[in-house]
Design a protein around this ligand. Sequence first.
Ligand SMILES: [Zn+2]
Length: 376
Amino acid sequence: MSSSVPPPPESVIPPEAAAPVSPVSVTVGAVEHSVDFVRPRLRARAARRAALYAGVQINGAPHLGTNVMQTAAFLLARAARDRLGVRADLRFGALDNAPYDTRVCPRTGTAYTRSYHHALGQAGIADLVKRFYGGLFDALTALTGVPYTVETYTRQQESPAFREEFLASLGRWEELRWTLAPSSGRVPVGFPCPACGWLQKSGEHTELLDADARRARFAAVCLDHGRYEIDVRPDGGAWLGLTTLHRNLVKERLADRDEALPVIVKGADWAAGCRLLDEAFLCFPGARPPARVFTPVVLSASGAKLSKSLMREGRAELSPDTPPWMLDATRWPGTTERYAVTLHRLVSLMLSDPRHFERGYTTPEVARLLRESDTI
Ligand SMILES: [Zn+2]
């Protein structure tokens, strides 16, 4: 999926009156615009292009927090272009590896899962991405002039370079596994059964039989089809089921091979996890972690970030006047274009000073900002 690049309109610049009230941040005097976090790495690499990477959740309709992060990625890419003078594009990764359904073995209690990719297939995933994000991303491209592409995790992990990086991670496993899982050193890998596509969720019976730089052979167990052995090679073999941090390490190492400087854009709730990723990078001689920019999180009344699973369980502690569209973007009452303009205005306010960007926003505060900027 790709997009054309029309010029941005002037009519979406937020008025001063609606600015948030934020405490002085620790970067005051050092950072004038949040995209400046990227500048040291750009200079060190003498890069003339930047690629901003962000995620697309496909396990249900997005909430406001997800859309704020994505809108921030568009606006940061535009700021990289205008302020840092580099070509910048956005690369969204669609997480079709999210679990679609789960089964538990009645005998052993072992959980097995099937991913969205294995349950819905390539066309089903493309439909979901288009339904939840296609119109919004096209509208944000029209507003910012920033082009984007979307690639599924399944496509990414098929690439020889991704698989080489996975094999390279196995080569440093003794050091890496304690970085990626400091409490236990246990980082499960999973490979779906070739007959049915289900895999053991925690990889209890997945075993590395042997590995070198060009090939790894694993044994695993399926609930229905018993034990199987499977190869991972740069040119093919098993679909790779990796834990969150391991998967991000491999993706970021892959992104670092690109001529464009990789910039990883994530919600601020990722800061602790990225600390571990940065440590993992240092396990590779001469490697440097990618540039990172963290975006504001949207919070419920309790201070917990909006979370699909907490909402599903009824434990999200939302204030009663939270508009339904903040929890489920498909309930936005107007057009997609108007939603994009609203997000653009909101995130422009957040980006207007680093102190407004280096903090979180509750849903009532977002509602107040939008009311005062007369957007809805
Ligand atoms: Zn099977």
